[in-house]
Design a protein around this ligand. Structure first.
Ligand code: NAP
Length: 270
């Protein structure tokens, strides 16, 4: 089976990646950067994001696996203390990799000339204006007018991204089994003149959000932290992508346990 390992520069990640790579090569697996069946990210959730974007054009061919060098991450089922066990499972299941899949965001931007940008995100897409200027935009939900937004910007997150930036700006936590995305207003202006719903909104997989910015210049769109500056923006559409990210799942980790461990870490008896 062809595989590739992408690790961050931390010494702990380099050591873990070398150990795992060695065990897989010894068992006859083949390193292939261009056309791997399994791509292993060694580092943090941030490393998984860059690994995902490096293979975003090959989503139908690739399964991702994240090994965390630290605490357990939201995309990783394994830490670097468990490399021997993980290597054995990868070697054993080469022909039929057990897997699960997660929804992805799809964002397109149109200007006067037509399509200006297309991106996908596994965590979130954030739309805002350059500097701290107020973003003013009509928002349509499911192709019907919903509200006139004024504020810092808008965050759209996937279920797996709901524990990342989305959580910091007041989004709901969404179980990754649910095929939806959410829209969160970032610092919306609400007074007697301007009114927005203000609550995070959960949108089903077959609906989309269309933004029609009033001021077209100086927009910044970020997909998982990768930012693109855009001018003359006419319309921004956010929906779920037709493809999902496939993750190898050699064992199952309970999502709510991950949430509890990451954010609460409390003793049950307290
Ligand atoms: P980064 O260093 O790659 O990540 C920033 C932090 O977000 C790290 O602690 C990372 O965990 C964590 N993270 C990433 N995805 C996560 C997820 N799905 N659930 C829970 N935590 C997650 O930073 P970056 O390159 O600037 O941006 C990448 C991502 O970081 C963005 O997609 C955004 O969601 C997140 N971020 C969050 C905030 C915030 O909460 N205020 C601000 C900026 C960026 P690891 O330590 O395991 O890598």
């Amino acid at each position: 089976m062809k595989f590739w390992i992408n690790n961050n520069n931390k010494e702990q990640s380099v050591v873990a990646a070398n150990k795992l790579r060695g065990q897989l090569l010894d068992a006859g697996l083949v390193l292939d950067r261009r056309d791997p069946k399994l791509v292993i990210s060694v580092g943090g959730d941030g490393t998984l994001l860059s690994t995902f974007h490096a293979y975003a054009a090959r989503l139908d061919k690739v399964k991702f696996l994240a090994l965390h060098t630290g605490h357990l991450g939201f995309y990783s089922d394994w830490t670097d203390t468990e490399i021997d066990d993980l290597a054995q499972r990868i070697i054993k299941c080469q022909d039929n990799i057990p897997s699960t899949s997660y929804p992805l965001l799809d964002v397109t931007v149109e200007n006067k000339e037509g399509a200006a940008f297309h991106g996908i995100a596994i965590n979130e897409t954030v739309v805002r204006r350059l500097s701290s200027l107020t973003m003013k935009s009509r928002i349509d939900l499911d192709e019907e007018f919903f509200e006139s937004f004024r504020g810092d910007g808008l965050c759209f997150s996937t279920p797996t991204g709901s524990t990342a930036y989305s959580k910091s700006v007041g989004g709901a936590l969404i179980h990754p089994k649910i095929s939806v995305f959410q829209m969160i207003e970032i610092a919306s202006i609400n007074n007697r003149v301007y009114r927005t719903i203000s609550s995070p909104i959960i949108i089903p997989h077959n609906q989309q959000v269309d933004l029609y910015p009033q001021i077209a210049d100086d927009y910044v769109i970020s997909c998982d932290g990768i930012t693109t500056k855009l001018k003359n923006v006419k319309k921004i559409t956010i929906k779920l992508n037709y493809q999902r990210a496939q993750f190898a799942q050699y064992r199952h980790r309970h999502f709510w346990t991950r949430v509890e461990t990451a954010f609460l870490g409390q003793d049950e008896k307290k």
